[in-house]
Design a protein around this ligand. Structure first.
Ligand SMILES: Nc1ncnc2c1ncn2[C@@H]1O[C@H](COP(=O)(O)OP(=O)(O)OP(=O)(O)O)[C@@H](O)[C@H]1O
Ligand SMILES: [Mg+2]
Length: 256
């Protein structure tokens, strides 16, 4: 999935003045955001900043009160997760939605066309899990799996639909450091394939290490235009950030 220059020039996803009101409270308040093709873009912010609310709107779980979402340059209305998946958006939620009594493959089947045979889903899940370094037995029961394994189900489920954008909501909060490192390798592979990742985290060091750009939310608003990582997504890099192409460490610390 190599990207041409023209493809790279158009944001994969752009969001303009996106707002979500719960009663009179604005969980997201006029958010502008662009995600380029083939980048790992971090969404940072403290508890309650509006991160999950924003991505739920991008995945059709919540409807915006105001504002516009565009995908590949076209305005879109995403009224359900099914529509988001069709568009090319996959999501790994902060709180998983898996049925413990069912197998991995049965859980994955629930989000797919019911006409697809379970054996085919199990085969595809097994080959994706192998290809992306996400070890998973499609016939295991979810009740017997660790949190890290459960997360892999969600990732494989998202990958089965060949997404252009994968959103992960605080994926490392439930992982051991080793599991987190393995997840980062998967994310680098997705990026190398030209897919985009929107990566939510509280952990600035982790974001510095793996992400190309970061957007910081506070009280439902973007604090400053997206900050660019100085050394694009280098594992182990702890070398700071640039905002808008210019060094601005002062702005960085004031934003976070
Ligand atoms: N369905 C809802 N009804 C009312 N208020 C809500 C609802 N969902 C979220 N909120 C509020 O909106 C704000 C943003 O919540 P959100 O879950 O988006 O934050 P977050 O940045 O994901 O936080 P965390 O890091 O804790 O996951 C919070 O104050 C939260 O209480
Ligand atoms: Mg959240």
């Amino acid at each position: 999935m190599a990207l041409s220059k023209a493809q790279q020039a158009v944001p994969l996803l752009s969001v303009s003045k996106l707002t979500k009101l719960f009663g009179s409270f604005a969980a997201c308040n006029g958010i502008d955001l662009e995600i380029a093709p083939g980048e790992i873009h971090a969404l940072l912010g403290e508890n309650g900043a509006g991160k999950s609310t924003l991505v739920k709107m991008l995945f059709g779980v919540l409807q915006p009160s105001e504002g516009q979402i565009s995908f590949e340059g076209r305005p879109v209305t995403i009224t359900s997760p099914g529509e988001a998946r069709t568009l090319g958006v996959g999501m790994v939620f902060q709180h998983f939605s898996l049925f413990e009594a069912l197998t991995v493959a049965e859980n994955i089947a629930l989000s797919l066309d019911p006409k697809i045979p379970l054996a085919k889903i199990a085969d595809e899940a097994a080959s994706l899990s192998k290809a992306y370094g996400l070890p998973l037995d499609p016939n295991a029961h979810v009740a017997d799996l660790s949190v890290g394994e459960r997360q892999r189900i969600e990732i494989v489920r998202a990958l089965l639909q060949n997404p252009k954008l994968i959103i992960l909501d605080e994926p490392t909060s439930v992982l051991t450091p080793q599991e987190a490192d393995r997840l980062f390798e998967t994310l680098f592979k997705l990026r190398a394939e030209g897919r985009s990742v929107l990566y939510i985290s509280h952990r600035l060091e982790e974001v510095r290490r793996i992400c190309d750009r970061a957007t910081v939310l506070r009280h439902g608003k973007v604090t400053a235009p997206a900050i660019r990582s100085r050394r694009r997504g280098l594992a182990g890099a702890h070398d700071g950030w640039r905002r808008g192409g210019r060094d601005s460490p002062g702005r960085r610390s004031s934003a976070w």
